[in-house]
Design a protein around this ligand. Sequence first.
Ligand code: CMP
Length: 139
Amino acid sequence: MERTLAIIKPDGVAKGLVGEIIRRLEREDLTILALKMIWMTKEQAKGFYGVHAGKPFYESVTNFMSSGPSVVMVLEGEGVINAYRRLMGATNYKEAEKGSIRREYATDIEKNVVHGSDSPQSAAFEIAYFFNELEIFKR
Ligand code: CMP
């Protein structure tokens, strides 16, 4: 069993896509083990995207991620990291597969509606960044 961190970003929450995205997760049998709404500070967003520090989009994406509430979730399932990445589609919505969340709802490479961990290592860091073990449902 694998876990991943999923985020519905401020643009997804503002567009009223929380229900639609959760529906897609449930339809694909990705189990939600934890879920909460948070409003990241700029500092929290910088820590979360620390691997991108120094890249041209770092300032802008951390401003965006602290611009409004997000929904953060822990998902579990076999191969959940890749299964959720397929549901999201490519980072750049113009390259995302037809029917994927980003292809349908993203408006911009930055405002791309959702985030998902890209490896087991980043999932472990990202889950622990927002949740303690007591907040994660044990099946
Ligand atoms: P995400 O998958 O959350 O990881 C980093 C985020 O930075 C990405 O989605 C986008 O929201 C944002 N971003 C903005 N510009 C770029 C870019 N050129 N390449 C990758 N990510 C970008």
